[in-house]
Design a protein around this ligand. Structure first.
Ligand SMILES: Cc1cc2nc3c(=O)[nH]c(=O)nc-3n(C[C@H](O)[C@H](O)[C@H](O)COP(=O)(O)O)c2cc1C
Length: 355
């Protein structure tokens, strides 16, 4: 069906097309009798795909990456679209418009996107009231960012404010220090800034006796030795790591929009992120939760990410090119792969390719 819809959607500028997709999902969510229909179309269940990680039940390892539903507007529709988990946001304390448009570009020949959205979202209070309209049967995570107007030294407190607000309403948090579209945000990867952030998060956990796991999402532009340095701190402070967000590299691209500034996602990200995942798995001796993201289009990609150390994966750009049927396709092929290779559960292949 997406083969028919895609040419129409691609006539629109990418952010407009995204707006139309959200409208369609809002419609489905509003007429709740449509939800079972969506579930039937996109859902695939198999016991071999289920895992319990950090005390969270994942019915399959294919999650929705952050940035698709920035303000928690369509979580109930997304819950029925076949994902094992959804990550909403990035959410900031105050509402903000983000960067001037256009700020999202399709790189069709490269099967990629460039975005410089800049944390456009309705702010934490509105997002929370959106989220609270429903109950959820799958893990719902929240990606957390900082406001552009927050003074530099106070920015780590934005993460705490958002987590404080959502602490009873989500299954996990992701502290996003990796968006390239908020000035200096990636400075949180630097040693002293990162220590300060970790300390604030540890204090927050103790003060609130927080039971919700907190993940950290790093940039794809991090050197492996810097990833190693950060991992020592990360394992003390966080419950998992998402590798990795978009890149500012533009090597080997052929599409028209390749020189637009912003974060590049999609196919060109895959090999870079795979290396980071492999490195992190080895560094932590397979003892720390890794979630893989970046350029996953096929079940072979999913299998590679898992075999290199990710326990779960997340997708975004491939949904733009392949449509919503992708979740079912990936889950079905993964279950077939497991069965035909004699594995009982997906957890058995995690890290198999790490030497
Ligand atoms: C339009 C757009 C907006 C995004 N917004 C966010 C965001 O708010 N927070 C975040 O952590 N990642 C964000 N991302 C990054 C994705 O979550 C994902 O990590 C990245 O796109 C790599 O996966 P992919 O190649 O499957 O798209 C965004 C990506 C796109 C394309």
């Amino acid at each position: 069906m997406y083969k028919i819809i895609k040419p129409f959607l691609f006539k629109y500028e990418p952010e407009q097309a995204h707006g139309k997709t959200l409208d369609a999902l809002k419609f489905v969510q509003h007429y709740s009798q449509l939800l079972p229909l969506i579930k039937k179309m996109y859902h695939y269940d198999h016991p071999s795909l289920q895992q319990n990680l950090n005390n969270i039940e994942f019915r399959n390892p294919i999650g929705l990456a952050a940035g698709f539903d920035k303000s928690c507007e369509v979580p109930k529709a997304l819950e029925n679209a076949g994902f094992g988990a959804i990550e909403l946001g990035g959410i900031t304390p105050k509402p903000q418009h983000g960067n001037p448009k256009p700020r999202m570009f399709r790189l069709v020949e490269d099967q990629a996107l460039i975005n410089r959205m800049g944390f456009n979202n309705l702010g934490m209070n509105k997002a929370l009231s959106n989220l609270r309209k429903y109950h959820y049967d799958i893990p719902v995570g929240l990606n957390v960012g900082v406001n552009k107007v927050t003074p530099y030294e106070e920015r780590y407190q934005d993460y705490i404010k958002v987590m404080e607000t959502f602490k009873h309403d989500v299954t996990f948090f992701t502290v996003n220090i990796s968006s390239p579209n908020t000035e200096n945000l990636q400075k949180f990867h630097d040693k002293s800034e990162f220590s300060q952030l970790c300390e604030a998060i540890q204090n927050f956990r103790q003060r609130t006796e927080l039971s919700v796991p907190i993940f950290i999402k790093l940039t794809s532009d991090l050197k492996l030795e810097d990833l190693g340095r950060m991992l020592d701190h990360i394992v003390e402070t966080f419950d998992g790591i998402i590798l990795a967000n978009t890149t500012q590299q533009r090597d080997g691209l052929s599409s028209d929009h390749r020189q637009e500034s912003g974060g590049l996602s999609g196919k060109p990200l895959f090999e870079r992120n795979l290396k980071m995942i492999n490195y992190a798995y080895k560094y932590t001796k397979g003892q720390f939760l890794i979630i893989g993201t970046g350029g996953i289009f096929t079940s072979e990609d999913v299998i590679k990410m898992l075999r290199n150390g990710a326990s779960l994966v997340q997708i975004y750009s491939s949904l733009v090119y392949e449509g919503p049927g992708l979740t079912k396709k990936l889950n079905k092929s993964l279950a077939q792969y497991l069965e035909s290779n004699g594995y009982q559960n997906v957890s058995e292949i995690i890290g198999l390719d790490v030497e």
